[in-house]
Design a protein around this ligand. Sequence first.
Ligand code: SAM
Length: 188
Amino acid sequence: MKTRRDVLRDSAALAVSCALPAALIGSALAQPQDEIARQLDVPYVPTPMTVVDAMLDLAKVTKSDVVYDLGCGDGRIVVRAATRFGCRGVGVDLNPERVKEAKANAIRANVAELARFEVGDVFDFDFSGATVVTMYLLPSVNLKLRPRLQKELKPGTRLVSHDFHMDDWKAETVRDVGRSRIYLWTIR
Ligand SMILES: C[S@@+](CC[C@H](N)C(=O)[O-])C[C@H]1O[C@@H](n2cnc3c(N)ncnc32)[C@H](O)[C@@H]1O
């Protein structure tokens, strides 16, 4: 049986190899493409809430943190961090539909004053204000972001990735949560 990790890899590989419009690729990539600035680098596959909580625990999030989720989807990680810990958070996603959902979810959870969501590209986005960064992207995207993460994040910032590692940047902790694997690095 395919794991979420396989679904994410397969749909991304299909998108790249076929260079088809996202709408033709299947449900995981069925986005209103005309509203998106360019082809998504990663399809939308939400992190299960048990894994969201494990990611926040692994990063030891507290009220004084600022949690950035790069490719935030429906905003669940930032909204959950604000709800559980009362901390601020920022989510960015290339897909305006996702950002709309994220804002609505923050309002529904009564944390709209703590959670900010923006339409944007992770490759241009200023994430230097983060003290915790979460990502559920793809290995190639992680590696493309890695030089900026290492250069622009402040020392002490914790970085947690769902399912995908960073090649020879060895994670300090790796934890399995159900069918997911989560990785933690701290910026030095
Ligand atoms: C696998 S989903 C993860 C969603 C959320 N972080 C979670 O864990 O539930 C990846 C998200 O990245 C977004 N995305 C893809 N390419 C992006 C890019 N270049 N910049 C910003 N967001 C992007 C997609 O729209 C999608 O919502």
